[in-house]
Design a protein around this ligand. Structure first.
Ligand code: ORO
Length: 304
């Protein structure tokens, strides 16, 4: 349905809905529920230079209106993703957003150089916001100069546009957004998870073996809306918005805040059909709101 189309650097989306990185693996489990070609795009699990098992279990905990995770970037590594995951996804007519993580700048650069040559990878999502690893991840996303240097080096080797995935665990997200835009980022993805923890009161021990984890789900939606609204007024590059989206109304809210497309994360775990359901529900909501084409919503709320 053409009224749901959105055009972004590298991504010609039939609709603005994509599963968020880390909440959809590489698509195989969800392919038994519906045709993945229905999706606007798929953001695959973060890929690192080497394969990783991730953190010890337990690494997921439920919270009020959300969940905590401390997966620790489990993935088959660049060789496994290039040899198995991306070729398998080629059977679907859907652009892939490849999330890239690493320990050093050189890891990010080497992984991006390979991933961005895969025929179905239309964009790189630079993960400078994973809260669950001791080295790399969020360490690149909290200091503007470091985030900018990494963006510049990754941009220099990438064959496709680069979206930088920002962390909400900073005092001033606008400063980081501006720094990566100046360094050449083609877009932003926001927000990653908020650092949190839970304690088992009987054992007096943390529930997650990692002690801390990333909070996602509807609990963080107002934080995401606020940050997207602030950042969208400070930069000119497009934003893929995420953080607790569960309904078609939430999608509209994110787009009005300034997102050009959205990613659905935690909701996939409670309802594996959530993405196709939202795609199906959006047209009647647009009718109700008297909006012809969905892109007309982008940034359509108040300005400061
Ligand atoms: N968890 C998150 O909440 N965000 C990331 O980017 C990565 C992870 C993880 O692998 O632990």
């Amino acid at each position: 349905m053409s009224r749901l189309k959105v055009e972004l650097p590298g991504l010609s989306l039939k609709n603005p809905i994509m599963p968020a990185s880390g909440c959809f693996g590489f698509g195989k489990e969800y392919a038994s529920f519906y045709d993945l070609s229905e999706l606007g795009a798929i953001a695959i699990k973060a890929t690192t230079a080497e394969s990783r098992f991730g953190n010890a279990t337990p690494r997921v905990a439920e919270t009020t209106a959300g969940m905590l995770n401390a997966i620790g970037l489990q993935n088959p590594g660049i060789e496994g993703v290039m040899a198995n995951e991306l070729p398998w996804l080629e059977r679907y007519d859907v652009p892939i957003v490849a999330n890239v993580a690493g320990t050093e700048i050189d890891d990010y650069v080497a992984t991006t150089a390979r991933l961005s040559t895969a025929p179905n990878v239309h964009a790189i999502e630079l993960n400078i916001s994973c809260p669950n690893v001791k080295q790399g991840g969020i360490a690149f996303g909290t200091i503007p100069e470091v985030a900018a240097q990494l963006t510049k080096e990754v941009k220099a080797v990438s064959e496709v546009p680069v979206y930088v995935k920002l962390s909400p665990n900073v005092a001033d997200i606008v400063e980081i957004a501006r720094a990566v835009e100046q360094a050449g980022a083609d877009g932003l993805s926001m927000i990653n998870t908020l650092l949190g923890s839970r304690i088992d009161i009987r054992r007096r021990k943390p529930i997650l073996s990692n002690l801390y984890g990333g909070l996602s789900g509807p609990a963080i939606k107002p934080v995401a809306i606020r940050m997207i609204h602030q950042v969208s007024q400070a930069v000119t590059i497009p934003i893929i918005g995420m953080g607790g989206i569960q309904t078609a109304e939430d999608v509209v809210e994110f787009m009005l805040a300034g997102a050009s497309a959205v990613a659905i994360g935690t909701a996939n775990f409670t309802d594996p059909y959530i993405c196709p359901t939202l795609i199906e529900e959006l047209p009647s909501l647009l009718d109700e709101l008297e909006v012809n084409e969905i892109h007309e919503l982008i940034g359509g709320s108040w300005k400061e």
